[in-house]
Design a protein around this ligand. Structure first.
Ligand code: ZN
Length: 340
């Protein structure tokens, strides 16, 4: 019960990449970079196991950005033709590459890192991929002419990738869809359909992560504008509950999401975010317990997987380590409380 997991990313160590920023540049190159990524992943896998995290990831330390890391392996994208684009309904701007022709995946993108990571641990291993809608909100379209059409093209490619990763021993494949909290109508119109294409034929556990974004300033400012009750989830949960995705990863710690909304997902396993990813303050295990208990007022404990709100890539390494330990310790406290 209360199997612990994390949303996905962890900080890349400062000897490997520019720390505490999104898309921090690599500090190594060539074989040293490849070896460095592997060492960083192995370290995080061990840290997660030591902290009592039961469904582990490789911290996404092989990529600079959770979307572009996958796109770099595809053809049909022009990386010289960078387009300045408003992201997440113009919450912030980013220079993004442009789709200039039919998309294809000449070879598996993440297979090597998955094989390496899988061999490092006996724990359940989760791998994260960007969701089709979020990809389409993080790249410019100079070819398909419609977002739903481009999303389905990406979904087919994600599906081929996911099947290879599943065959390499991945237990959980998670699609990251922060855009689901922004384009709520589109989620119902084509977002979930695209996800279904992406998971088609998979036998492993499938998950979708829907958050209010990394703890970067643009997201913090946006959150301030959302008022005292964040009800974005309310619009999409009924459709998600009807979907074929097994697990939903949600932001619950320190957020203004009314936890009663979790009642709209009666048929899903819920990764309840009990760790904030804004700033470096490390929660106490008691705070983790309090967040999980608050969620448990609306959801049976059996359906809760204690988790982080979002990825921890942009925060300090030691803070992320402390947060892993707090999450593992908090979940264990709650388990013990149930047994005694
Ligand atoms: Zn997130």
């Amino acid at each position: 019960m209360l199997q612990t997991s994390i949303a996905g990313s962890l900080p890349r160590p400062d000897w490997l990449a520019e720390p505490e920023t999104l898309k921090g540049a690599w500090k190594l190159s060539g074989q040293a970079l490849e070896d460095g990524k592997r060492k960083a992943a192995a370290d995080w896998l061990r840290h997660q196991e030591d902290a009592g995290i039961q469904i582990v990831t490789n911290g996404e330390v092989f990529r600079t950005h959770f979307v572009h890391g996958f796109l770099e392996g595809l053809t049909g994208i022009d990386w010289q033709q960078m387009t300045r684009m408003g992201i997440r309904n113009n919450r912030y701007e980013l220079d993004v590459p442009t789709v200039v022709g039919p998309l294809s995946r000449p070879a598996a993108v993440h297979l090597d890192e998955v094989r390496f990571s899988r061999a490092q641990t006996k724990a359940q291993f989760k791998f994260t991929l960007p969701g089709p809608m979020t990809i389409c909100d993080t790249i410019a379209d100079g070819y398909y002419g419609s977002r739903p059409k481009m999303a389905l093209a990406f979904a087919d490619i994600l599906n081929a990738e996911a099947k290879e990763l599943e065959a390499a021993g991945v237990d959980v494949i998670q699609f990251d869809e922060p855009a689901f909290n922004v384009f709520m109508t589109e989620v119902k119109d084509w977002g979930i359909e695209a996800l279904h294409r992406a998971i088609d034929g998979l036998k492993c556990t499938t998950a979708v992560h829907i958050c209010y974004g990394y703890g970067i300033q643009a997201n913090l400012d946006w959150k301030k504008s959302l008022g005292s009750e964040w009800r974005q989830y309310e619009e999409i949960f009924p459709a998600l509950n009807g979907s074929r995705i097994d697990q939903i990863s949600l932001e619950c710690a320190g957020s203004n999401v009314p936890l009663s909304l979790l009642r709209l997902l009666p048929d899903k396993q819920l990764m309840v975010g009990a760790i904030q990813v804004t700033g470096d303050r490390v929660e106490s295990p008691a705070e983790v317990v309090a967040t999980l208990r608050a969620a448990a007022e609306h959801v049976e404990l059996e359906r809760i997987l204690p988790c982080t709100n979002c990825g921890m890539a942009p925060i300090a390494y030691d803070a992320a380590l402390g947060k892993l330990q707090a999450l593992g310790a908090g979940a264990e406290l709650l388990r013990q409380g149930r047994r005694s």
